[in-house]
Ligand binder design. Structure first.
Ligand code: GAR
Length: 210
């Protein structure tokens, strides 16, 4: 089973990188479904153009986070995915949801975690005049943006002064990074155990930098 379900909230450029990587055979996987919590997410069109089933589950239609998460989990589970990919999915997930998909739920976050969990990461990196900025792919745990980090892509910050251009450059890196990590996972090279990441059975002492 190489089925992936991808969760989005917006443009879906990372989703597109998965579609492209599968097409050019860099990623041996099948996107079983794309789910958005926003009806107007452009990524839904990308999915439809590629004959991928889509679902919209609007969080506003649910009274509690738990009720939304339950509907989300049920929708995902009908595809029996090996891997669930958060790709610009801008909702915090409840512990119950995270536990259902424990060990097979990945997120990409636009910072060099553990720096800058949360929002406005590009502006915060600029404000801090860091040497490097970038993006991280990690296993999702109950802690927001806090799960064990698998891999990071980074760039030198010195040439950037605007968060917009920085975000663009980081996203270019993400489009290389995320499908690569998914390929490792589906190839059973990467697993999570006891809140650590194992690459070919060896514990990673630090994230892989690509
Ligand atoms: C990506 O840059 C991703 O790192 C970020 O949202 C963007 C989605 O872009 N994710 C987060 O901020 C998660 N907290 P996309 O819709 O074009 O893939």
């Amino acid at each position: 089973n190489k089925n992936i379900v991808i969760l989005i909230s917006g443009s879906g450029s990372n989703l597109q990188s998965f579609i492209d990587s599968i097409k050019n055979q860099q990623l041996d996987a099948s996107i079983a479904a794309v789910i958005s919590n926003k009806a107007d997410a452009y990524g839904l069109q990308r999915a439809t153009q590629n004959q991928i089933p889509t679902h919209v589950i609007e969080h506003g239609a649910f009274e509690t986070r738990e009720a939304f998460d339950k509907q989300l989990a049920q929708t995902i589970e009908q595809y029996q995915p090996r891997l669930v990919v958060l790709a610009g999915f801008m909702r915090i997930l409840s512990p119950t949801f995270v536990n259902i998909f424990h060990g097979r739920l990945l997120n990409i976050h636009p910072s060099l975690l553990p720096k800058y969990p949360g929002l406005h990461t590009h502006q915060r990196a600029l404000d801090s005049q860091d040497e490097y900025h970038g993006s991280s792919v990690h296993f999702v745990t109950e802690e927001l943006d806090g799960g064990p980090i698998i891999a990071q892509a980074r760039l030198k910050l010195a040439t950037f002064s605007e968060p917009e251009s920085l975000q663009k450059a980081v996203q270019q890196l993400e489009h290389q990074l995320y499908p690569k990590v998914a390929a490792w996972f589906l190839g059973e090279q990467i697993t999570m155990k006891d809140n650590g990441v194992y690459f070919e059975s060896k514990k990673l002492e630090q994230p892989i930098v690509i």
